[in-house]
Design a protein around this ligand. Structure first.
Ligand code: ZN
Length: 324
């Protein structure tokens, strides 16, 4: 049995137009564009990474933009919602901000001990802002979001499933999640401790049309592991339980293994090292297209194929919160 997974590392979704995606997540949500690269498995497609000012694991939401891609469909076998933690007393700020941008939202909705705002991005991806007590903003002012209300991290995902059993068994058995709560058809599991704790809500919806991964849906969910050694242990555990798992893949900013949980959702286990500053200094993150060494020789052709992007004009100003 590996060590516990220390929360979410990143969530990857599929967007339509890359510019709208970039403008929304940096402009409205106030995340930092921490890396512009390409899909290493499909270098004709951007891979855009957003996160906190330093691109710490746990804060990262990434997108493959498919400008001409078909629209996806949420349904069983899919991760359907990504949730960001925000300070509870920041929900009012966020509600007003969404109104300012004419983004319709629902909430605050009470769920377990949280209060939640829910809305869709331009491509229909479902987002939740989860107001949590004992949480303050991430201490960084990015654009117009005050530091005290800034999104500190991703705190969970929702999976839609045809049935609970097999998914629950993998979460609480092999993967070491703790079953913590349930209301109607929603079952909550958590992993990681305190500041990095992340939840998986399994929504059981038998008989619904299966989901289809395309524009506006989540592609996969990545869980954190601190070292390459721990990742290899996870791989051994997965193989031993007859789960098909990929070999370790070098993703330049982390190393990854991929497998499907029994309900069909693609999971990844990603290492914390080396991180996003491996090829750019922290202050320059996201300033230009970065390619891994094996694609660098093809830079000219790759750049010619990608649509131009207008980057956020103001560099983020970092304001440290007291005591950090
Ligand atoms: Zn990933």
């Amino acid at each position: 049995m590996g060590n516990d997974l220390s929360g979410i590392h990143h969530v990857t979704a599929i967007a339509g137009d890359p510019q709208r995606n970039l403008d929304f997540y940096t402009g409205v949500i106030g995340l930092r564009l921490v890396k512009i690269t390409v899909n290493f498995d499909d270098p004709g497609t951007y891979h855009l990474y957003y996160g906190d000012g330093q691109g710490r694991p746990g804060t990262i939401l990434t997108f493959f933009p498919w400008p001409d891609g078909a629209k996806g469909r949420n349904g069983p076998g899919q991760a359907t919602i990504v949730a960001f933690a925000v300070p509870l007393d920041g929900l009012q700020f966020w509600a007003e901000r969404l109104e300012d941008y004419k983004i319709s939202y629902e909430g605050p909705i009470a769920r377990f001990s949280d209060r939640i705002l829910t809305f869709l991005d331009h491509d229909g991806l479902q987002i939740e802002l989860v107001g949590q007590r004992r949480l303050s903003g991430n201490g960084e002012r990015l654009g117009a979001v005050p530091a005290k209300y800034a999104v500190p991290r991703i705190c969970g995902v929702t999976l839609a499933q045809e049935e609970l059993g097999p998914t629950e068994q993998m979460l609480t058995g092999l993967l070491g999640f703790r079953s913590v709560d349930q209301v109607s058809n929603r079952y909550r599991y958590v992993t990681g401790d305190q500041s990095a704790e992340s939840f998986v809500d399994v929504l059981v919806m038998p008989g619904m049309l299966q989901g289809r991964v395309a524009v506006g849906t989540i592609h996969h969910v990545a869980w954190r592991t601190p070292t390459d050694r721990a990742q290899l242990d996870w791989r051994e555990d997965l193989l031993r339980s007859n789960t098909r798992v990929t070999p370790v893949q070098d993703r330049q900013y982390f190393r990854s293994i991929y497998f499907r949980e029994p309900g069909g959702v693609l999971f990844e286990i990603a290492t914390d090292p080396p991180g996003f500053t491996v090829d750019e200094a922290a202050e320059n993150l996201g300033a230009r297209l970065m390619l891994p060494p094996w694609l660098e020789p093809r830079r000219e052709a790759i750049e010619a194929d990608l649509p131009a992007l207008r980057l956020p004009t103001s560099r983020p100003a970092f304001v440290r919160a007291p005591g950090q």
